[in-house]
Design a protein. Structure first.
Lengths: 341, 341
């Protein structure tokens, strides 16, 4: 083989790296727990000064910082570490977009995952081994954890989505936020438009978190709630917009059909349903950030899936929607489908 | 920001992906356990036929194959999956280079890792939380597991190293293989050169595995052993070459110095010590496959490290070696340092 051949010889490197990939999870979690990114943001840039600040061994600080550099969370110049733009935005505790809190949710998920029989059993069965319904069991405590710890991660997409949705609405209008969780999708709309009234739907203990966030955002007077299972409760009617964020992907196709018929009925003529979540292309393997969700759905839900753009469009059409369009929430990679009544 | 700006806005995608990186380990292990790669090699290329062959749900097969495609282990064309060159070489059970057996060793390591207090504690301490000496405890059973399951992964580098080492040696010559494990580094030399006699050193239960491999390779008559701790036993003398593969990186600098002085004394004048392992550049963050080992050394050993090229060269010089050179075992990414007496 010529040494200038563009095709490299087969290598086991990817196998070795993947069988050790759990180290990546563990190392990032350790760095967040130790608040190492904030230490660097505060001007401690060498292994020695970082170690002193976060109270660890100098060798431990050096090895962890090098590993974080290899993974792309830090940059290194000679002996000095610095934050990448992603780390500076999301992992420095002083940043308004800090989402180190999300680490708790992911750790909770990982403990659940490790306590189950592993992925082989889930692949055999075609769904989660966690319990009959996985994380979709009624009032599963994971959703309070999710609502509390994922809010910072959702602030940016929620703000971008609000901008897209509001448009030109001179009169009072009404938004239903299904599986609202932290409530940020509805709350962002209410903050940006004083004419918007939000109805948030979720399990009762989760709505407690959403109401706290609405109060913090000073929109409580335009924020009401419906407690219960979205598939069972009365959704109300006359909505201009129904937001369904990170939810349909947890359900089976039949439940989606049944929910979307209810959503269609609850919308005003000309109103729109907004589906946000992990939505891969029809090849099911791109974009990777969306397509990866298939594995998460398999591991944690009985019948959820990373439904593709075409699958959603077909389901929404069957449920009565006249047309759907795929939008990207630039500059985030987040994708949404808007379906019109 | 202009939409044509080459710098993207900050994104939490890498954080999300890293906190879920353990899924990658679990998915590859599941695919190896299910022998999914062999099923595809045998002509089952759709989720339906793969599922029937490996006895899993069709949805499970589809989700797992899509995830393996995203990770780079499979290619996908329409609904048909195929093996990448890496997977065809190393993950198809019919391939002579099959190394699915390595999965057992990695699973053993992961169970050890999960049973410890996690990486945060190891970073605090600057070394493993597994036990006082981590996997370097005398006769730790991990090394028999390592010898049995990692042999296929080492066959290629061992063959390449043998080619580099043998050169022009018309007379009988003698090789010491320290921490021999599966024994393949010495055995490959003996197979390629009938003038070579190998002395393999390791814990007694591990040498059993090496002797089995020597017998399979028909070199038992030129293969002898020394049982015990390399730092304590008599190494013998008059060696032309001493191979030290994947070992120094598990030790502290003082032990390396003491071992390399013994190695120097055991070599003939003009003889060479060959150090193979994970050897990052002096920046400690490249190449990633080598530099990543720093984290593994921290998690699993008391004092091991991904020593850099310069650190090794300095240590070898202090131990009496006249000069060292870094070689690459093309076409593999494996690096070795040869140090001359």
């Amino acid at each position: 083989m010529s040494s200038t051949s563009p095709s490299r010889p087969p290598s086991p490197a990817i196998i070795f790296e993947t069988l050790n990939a759990y180290h990546r999870t563990s190392a990032l979690r350790a760095a967040i727990e130790l608040d190492l990114f904030t230490a660097i943001a505060d001007g401690n840039t060498t292994a020695k000064t970082i170690a002193a600040r976060v109270q660890v061994s100098e060798k431990g600080a050096r090895v962890l910082c090098d590993f974080l550099t290899i993974m792309g969370f830090l940059a290194k110049q000679s002996e000095a570490y610095s934050l990448t733009p992603d780390s500076a935005t999301f992992l420095n505790r002083h940043s308004p977009a800090y989402l180190g809190t999300a680490s708790g949710f992911f750790a909770y998920m990982e403990r659940q995952f490790n306590a189950s029989e592993g992925l082989t059993a889930a692949v055999r069965k075609g769904g989660t081994m966690l319990s009959d319904q996985g994380i979709m069991s009624p009032e599963d405590p994971i959703w309070v954890e999710f609502a509390r710890s994922m809010a910072p991660m959702m602030a940016m997409p929620a703000g971008l989505l609000a901008k897209k949705i509001i448009g030109d609405r001179p009169d009072k209008w009404k938004v239903l936020d299904i599986a609202a969780g932290h409530g940020l999708f509805g709350i962002s709309i209410a903050r940006q438009d004083p004419n918007a009234h939000i109805v948030a739907l979720d399990w009762a203990p989760v709505l407690q978190v959403a109401r706290e966030n609405a109060a913090k955002a000073n929109v409580s007077d335009r924020f009401s709630t419906i407690a219960g299972n979205a598939l069972e409760v009365d959704l109300g009617s006359g909505y201009d917009v129904v937001v369904i964020a990170n939810f349909l992907q947890l359900l089976d196709a039949k439940s989606i059909d049944s929910l979307m018929r209810k959503v269609h009925a609850a919308l005003k003529p000309g109103g729109g349903a907004v589906t946000l979540g992990f939505i891969p292309n029809d090849d099911r393997v791109s974009p990777p950030g969306d397509a990866n969700f298939g594995m998460i759905a398999l591991a944690f839900t009985a019948n959820g899936d990373a439904y593709t753009v075409s699958e959603y469009e077909r389901m929404f059409q069957n449920a009565g929607f006249s047309r759907s369009e795929l939008l990207q929430l630039d500059p985030s990679p987040q994708r949404v489908i808007v379906s019109y009544k």
